[in-house]
Design a protein around this ligand. Structure first.
Ligand SMILES: C[S@@+](CC[C@H](N)C(=O)[O-])C[C@H]1O[C@@H](n2cnc3c(N)ncnc32)[C@H](O)[C@@H]1O
Length: 268
């Protein structure tokens, strides 16, 4: 699936939302140490850039070298291109057993929700308070005029999404998440946040072109952004004097701590 993100890495880095400070403050408040973060599926560093201002060191991994090429270069962030299921040596390049304070997964857990990944997370997190925070964002919201048109468009794009996208539509409520509630919480989420981004209509179209579903449709000879769609979106956009709108992405966070579970990772 990582290939789905290869062809539109540039559009991805230009138009995907970052995440709100409140989200990072919440996560940072639940991690007892602030030394090392593993940002898995970092893409072009949408979360890494904020994590780097809170934690001493961030390691961002992704299976797509092209995505990593667009990530911001920061002194305390190291990017590593890995295989989808990390080998022992790839895992040890990130950290030794019980060495990581936080595993962060932004808009990516649904792609690698499996036992191998969870065992690796349990092995690498500090015991008992190491934290995993995984969040997704669902479809953007603008206003009562635009949103119904966009929802119809999104629902017509469904055949081109991987089935795993259903976990995002479901706001990560049904995703497997085998961790303990962090201190001060009695469940592992989802906790809701909002990410806001000012966008022109052109940028909004570029955001749609960064979808894996857009790429899949194109490969099947279907242009999701056909003339009819472009006209309909343009009529409903109602931009300000710069043609921009504030686009809101609802964000859903699952967060948990590892506890004292001792796990030997299944390594690929
Ligand atoms: C939707 S993007 C999210 C990127 C970024 N974290 C963000 O918040 O926008 C998902 C990323 O996960 C990467 N990915 C997919 N499968 C992966 C795997 N098994 N291990 C690591 N990264 C993976 C893809 O290459 C892609 O960059």
């Amino acid at each position: 699936m990582a290939d789905l993100f290869l062809k539109q890495a540039k559009q991805y880095s230009e138009t995907r939302p970052g995440y709100p400070q409140e989200l990072f403050d919440f996560i940072a408040g639940k991690t007892t140490g602030h030394d090392l973060v593993w940002d898995v599926g970092t893409g072009s560093g949408q979360a890494a850039i904020s994590l780097a201002s809170i934690y001493t060191n961030v390691i961002g991994t992704d299976t797509s070298k092209k995505q990593l090429d667009f990530a911001p270069k920061l002194l305390n962030v190291r990017y590593i291109c890995t295989s989808p299921n990390l080998s022992p040596s790839e895992l040890e390049e990130i950290g030794t057993e019980s060495s990581v304070d936080l595993v962060a997964v932004a808009q990516a857990l649904h792609w690698f929700d499996n036992e191998i990944f969870y065992d690796q997370v349990k092995w690498i997190l500090k015991k008992p308070n190491g934290v995993i925070a995984a969040w997704c964002y669902t479809i953007p919201e603008i206003d009562d005029q635009f949103d119904p048109i966009f929802r119809k468009f999104y629902s017509e794009s469904k055949p081109y999404w991987d089935l795993l996208r259903g976990l995002v539509d479901d706001k990560y409520t049904s995703i497997k998440f085998p961790f303990e509630a962090v201190d001060g919480c009695n469940h592992t989420g989802p906790f809701e946040f909002q990410s806001k981004k000012l966008m022109s209509l052109d940028e909004f179209f570029t955001y749609i072109r960064s979808w894996s579903a857009y790429q899949t449709a194109k490969e099947k000879g279907v242009e999701l952004l056909n003339d009819g769609v472009i006209e309909e979106f343009s009529r409903a956009w109602n931009g300000d004097e710069n043609g921009q709108r504030c686009v809101t992405y609802p964000v859903y966070l699952r967060i948990g701590k590892v506890g004292n579970s001792v796990t030997i990772p299944h390594l690929a």
